[in-house]
Design a protein around this ligand. Structure first.
Ligand code: PMP
Length: 400
């Protein structure tokens, strides 16, 4: 066997041994609170369909009419002949919705960040990044060739020290607005104030805030009521908006520059226009009906109250991402399996996705969940805590 294959086989074996080997499951049918995984139906708290739009009839109908109007594929990159009128309309609707002058549509959030950061900064510049930022902000910063400075999670004072020390020509602060594995919200007003003080730019990745936070789900920048030419706002469209894709919104000059220079925008086939048709329907629903955000907030409070007495604390979060910290990798897997046996799907998240000793259950809530479904999860977690306490006291009795 070639040496490279031997080495990789050994690395896979090591992952298996450390219980870090990731496995995919086969899902049938549409996403929703009830999910068929490997042939069995579960009550699911695992996806990012925060408003329950992924399977909404209005989006289905819009996608179908988009299919009839535009066919399946865009067949070219946007700058050649793939920029359809429906995407133009979507960009305008998104810019208006988040309260920014202009927006540019990307195929995914990952590509949006990977294209935006290197278009803004390069060798000799500095990117300042929260320690818990998403992989695509980190990869985008690395790709840019700029120096990369990490500040401790949400530590505005430390960020200020780093900014004050830097005399590079361009400084860019990048942050998740809602941290994807913790669910907490970045202190955007303080970050913006620092950017203004130290002449830096602020890239806000609102993958988990767009559609959830702010009036009608207009996102985290609207949630804080911020307005500034220094903000570039990245929203993803595969989570609360229920479809796929992303957009970057901001000052019209910056957006024009991205159109000219973001390589992940320029050198890729535009995404299928029918997705933009569905997304226009999603934005319209968000604008017209905000009961989904309200129901989601009510479910968040219900879950947090319901599990407050468990031995595993939830991290502070007012968003759809609720992280129950159990620390131990094996315990996280055991709890996931215990829930699975009760017909509930909640993913266990372990290092390296999260820092060592912070393995957790990542509970994703959606406006599509009912109160009863959240109560079912709460009862199942209490039953597992009881079993866990009984097993602990049996082993203490044996050892003592
Ligand atoms: N940013 C954050 C914070 C995310 O959680 C994700 C997706 N998990 C992305 C960006 C990437 O977005 P997309 O899935 O559209 O590529």
């Amino acid at each position: 066997m070639p040496e490279l294959l031997n080495q990789i086989r050994a690395q896979l074996d090591a992952l298996q041994e450390q219980k870090l080997l990731r496995k995919r499951r086969i899902v049938e049918g549409p996403q929703g609170p009830l999910l068929t995984v490997d042939g069995r139906q579960y009550l699911a708290f695992c996806n990012n369909d925060y408003l329950g739009l992924a399977n909404h009839p209005a989006l289905h109908a819009a996608a179908q009419s988009g299919l009839e109007q535009y066919g399946v594929g865009a067949s070219a990159s946007a700058l050649i002949s793939g920029h359809t009128s429906v995407v133009e309309e979507l960009e305008q609707a998104l810019a208006e919705f988040v309260g920014m002058p202009r927006a540019l549509h990307f195929s995914t959030g990952y590509m949006a960040n990977m294209g935006t950061i290197p278009a803004l900064v390069g060798v000799g510049d500095v990117v300042f990044s929260d320690r818990l930022n998403h992989a695509c902000l980190i990869d985008g910063a690395r790709l840019s060739g700029a120096q990369f400075r990490i500040y401790p999670h949400n530590d505005v004072a430390r960020l200020e020290q780093l900014l004050a020390k830097s005399n590079s020509p361009r400084k860019l602060v990048v942050t998740d607005a809602v941290f994807s594995m913790d669910g907490d919200i970045a202190p955007l007003p303080e970050l913006l104030a620092l950017c203004e003080k130290y002449d830096a730019w602020l890239l806000v990745d609102d993958a988990h805030g767009f559609g959830v936070l702010g009036p009608q789900g207009r996102g985290s920048v609207a949630h804080f009521g911020l307005k500034s030419e220094r903000i570039l706002y990245m929203g993803t469209l595969g989570k609360a908006a229920g479809v796929a894709g992303a957009f970057v919104a901001g000052d019209a000059t910056l957006i024009e520059w991205l159109l000219q220079r973001a390589r992940t925008y320029i050198f890729t086939t535009a995404s299928p226009p029918l997705l933009a048709s569905a997304l226009l329907a999603a934005v319209k629903l968000m604008q017209e009906e905000d009961w989904r955000q309200q129901h989601l907030q009510q479910l968040i409070a219900r879950l947090r109250n319901g599990v407050a007495s468990l031995p595993w604390p939830l991290l502070p979060s007012t968003t759809a991402v609720q992280a129950m910290i159990v620390q131990d990798n094996q315990l996280a897997l055991d709890l996931m399996e215990g829930l699975r046996q009760q017909g509930i799907w909640v993913p266990a998240i372990r290092p390296p996705t999260v820092p060592k000793d912070t393995a957790r259950l990542r509970i994703s809530l959606s406006a599509a969940h009912s109160n009863e479904q959240v109560d079912q999860l709460i009862s199942a977690l209490h039953a597992l805590a009881k079993q866990h306490a009984e097993a602990d006291s049996r082993s203490m009795a044996r050892n003592g």
